[in-house]
Ligand binder design. Structure first.
Ligand code: FES
Ligand SMILES: [Fe+2]
Ligand SMILES: [Fe+2]
Length: 494
């Protein structure tokens, strides 16, 4: 199925015969808007969803998808005799169908507006997407007419066909968004730089001549482009990659207090990064700017919900650490990273042991259970103690949590396989590699960043971790729970 749909989509994307009608359709939309003069821009802003901050087309497309699916479901229930009153059933189906038709017309208007800004293979897909959805709309309108004339059976058949056509159109719409990234925010939202960083000599920036500079984002291992604009004596800075489709804002121009993207004309407020004119909907990343010793310095303005580490966050973390006095510290306590590294080594050795054992060794399953237990305990102490504590100083925590989830899923699959099967060997190797990757990246990045918490805090945390490791291994109740879980995962085979 996947291969067939992918082949069909690829055939559409590479069919040059679609270029002419696709161009004509996009051009017809432009021609319809041009005579409205200065009203054209507000109309386009409304259709694109610039006012909403999100694309309007996918939101409206949910109306025909929902309405027409509901109509087909009600029709089916009526035909199967599940509903009691045929008149009410017919009326409910008609209402759902009509609501879908209204939504489809609105979705078509917004979709046509968006289509003007896509090109090449995406415009070809857009054309077929539009054709399928227009066919679905025509089928459903005809269905409504037939139903009103009392030809309900034919009406049902047509809306059934309309539903299938709509789903084919929706598939292509999904392809455009999720595979081709049409309509998603394409700005670079790196949180760097978190502290004021010099990027250019003030004298090198001319009035109303945008200029691109770069900063390094160590976590993303990438350079981040920023556009500087000097306007009426003030310097402004925003992300240089346009949030609409990634156009180069540093090649744009200044107009009415905004920076215009050269690709499709989106205009962003110089002071706030807000979208003044679409097709873009998402604001540009913003930076605070100051001039010191003849140098322009910038600092990223964090966005709501950012889990960002600013110098202030780091100071807070250091203050917290200072509050932990040596009095609360057990003598000889080891640092958390040392304790966890040692546990990583234990896990690595356990993997090697299971791998070395003969497939039919009766003790292999017990060794695998021990490995599963230790891995579970390890993830538990990190989730409970280590990760929350290092969150203020390390950006790796969300990824590490995701990897724990992935390791738990892989462990569940491994436990379900008999230790003497070839599948077990393959799965065990994959799990070993995944654990090794996870542990190594913790050691190379998170453990190093954790040093910023200070020696005292790390030793206190190390003592907590060792206590929890002992408790997890010794507590009867915890052990019984883990055993039960592992046996359930192993399935009836054991
Ligand atoms: S890329 Fe489309 S307006 Fe910038
Ligand atoms: Fe971990
Ligand atoms: Fe770990």
């Amino acid at each position: 199925m996947t291969r067939t749909t992918e082949h069909l989509t690829a055939a559409i994307e590479s069919d040059e015969r679609l270029d002419r009608p696709a161009y004509d359709l996009a051009n017809a939309t432009s021609l319809a808007l041009q005579p409205t003069g200065s009203a054209a821009q507000p109309i386009q802003n409304a259709l694109h969803g610039t006012w909403l901050g999100h694309p309007l087309h996918p939101a409206l497309a949910t109306l025909p998808v929902g309405g027409w699916t509901l109509a087909v479901a009600i029709d089916t229930a009526g035909v199967l005799g599940v509903t009691r009153d045929p008149r009410t059933t017919a009326r409910a189906a008609d209402i759902a169908l009509s609501a879908g038709v209204v939504g489809a017309v609105a979705a078509a208007a917004t979709g046509l507006a968006d289509m003007r800004q896509i090109h090449g293979r995406d415009r070809r897909t857009g054309l077929v997407h539009a054709a399928l959805n227009s066919t679905a709309l025509a089928l459903n309108v005809t269905s409504l007419v037939l139903r009103r004339r009392g030809r309900r059976g034919a009406g049902r058949a047509l809306s059934g066909m309309g539903w299938m056509t709509m789903m084919a159109g929706a598939y292509l719409g999904g392809h455009l968004v999720y595979r081709r990234r049409i309509g998603v925010d394409q700005a670079d939202r790196s949180p760097e730089p978190r502290a004021f960083t010099p990027v250019l000599a003030f004298s090198a920036l001319q009035e109303d001549r945008p200029r691109r500079v770069e900063v390094w984002d160590a976590a993303a291992r990438a350079h981040v482009g920023i556009v500087l604009v000097r306007h009426r004596g003030r310097v402004h800075a925003m992300g240089s990659r346009c949030s609409h489709m990634g156009g180069p804002l540093d090649e744009g121009w200044v107009q009415d207090g905004g920076l215009v993207c050269p690709w499709h004309g989106s205009r962003y407020c110089l002071a706030s990064g807000r979208v003044l004119d679409g097709p873009s909907r998402a604001p540009q990343p913003r930076y605070d700017v100051r001039v010191r010793h003849g140098q322009i310095e910038i600092c990223r303005v964090q966005e709501p919900g950012d889990e960002a580490l600013t110098p202030a966050d780091l100071r807070d973390a250091a203050d917290d650490a200072a509050q932990v006095t040596a009095r609360t510290l057990p003598s000889g306590a080891r640092k958390a990273d040392v304790v966890l590294f040692e546990h990583h080594q234990l896990l690595r050795r356990l993997f090697e042991k299971v791998e070395e054992m003969a497939p039919d060794d009766p003790e292999r399953r017990d060794m695998m259970r021990l490995l599963a237990e230790e891995l579970e305990i390890h993830e538990h102490v990190e989730d409970e103690i280590f990760y929350p504590a290092v969150r203020p100083v390390s950006e790796d925590v969300p990824v590490a949590h995701a990897e724990h989830q992935q390791l738990a899923d892989m462990l569940a699959v491994t436990l379900r396989l008999g230790p003497s099967t070839p599948e077990f060997e393959t799965q065990l190797r994959a799990l070993h590699q995944a654990v090794d990757h996870h542990a190594t990246s913790e050691e190379q990045s998170m453990f190093k960043e954790a040093q910023r918490l200070g020696d005292v805090r790390l030793r206190q945390m190390g003592a907590e971790i060792e206590a929890m490791l002992d408790h997890e291994r010794e507590s009867r109740a915890r052990k019984a729970f883990r055993d039960l879980k592992i046996r359930l995962l192993e399935g009836p085979r054991s």
